[in-house]
Design a protein around this ligand. Sequence first.
Ligand code: ADP
Length: 186
Amino acid sequence: MVKINFMAMADSIKYKIAVYPGSFDPVTYGHLDILKRSLNVFDKVIVAVACNKKKPYLFPQITRIDLINRILSEDQEIEADRVSVIGLKGLLVKYVESIKAKVIIRGLRAVSDFEYELQLATTNRTLNSDIETIFMMTAEKYSFLSSTIVKEISRLGGDVSSMVPAIISEELLKIYSKGEKDETLM
Ligand code: ADP
């Protein structure tokens, strides 16, 4: 019987670097959950923070990068030296090619994410068929969570401490401290 050396095979896994792109406006526990899951599979994950001039971001790209770095340096569950946070300019696929990576990570929450993600992954595959998009499913408790919801709750004076790290809650509070409580979010 031929013996297979699985340990040696594991060492030679081809794709050691993955790129996790997104707006991260701001980063949530859902994003961090996907990042942690990715680090269970890949040696190194590059968090690529997007900047699309057509999107009205709450935090400038440089601030979003800085906030993620600050969170990583405090999060005991993440080996910060295995993560790099970069600002993305232009096409994602071009960046992935430039660092000779082959994998893009995207998070999936619910079926509602699927259509958009499929479109994105198919487009990226059209641009470079050697680059694979791998989807990670978030922990159930974060499946309802989005940066948009966090901003809405915070804007209306709600507590988002179960959704984002304290660093983010504090930044949101600075922005929304006046509150706009005459509106209703149900
Ligand atoms: P984008 O504007 O590119 O969708 P986001 O920052 O909103 O950027 O999301 C980046 C990635 O993280 C996407 O793949 C998104 O589906 C995923 N994501 C966002 N929130 C969550 C969450 N709560 N759980 C899992 N994945 C998430």
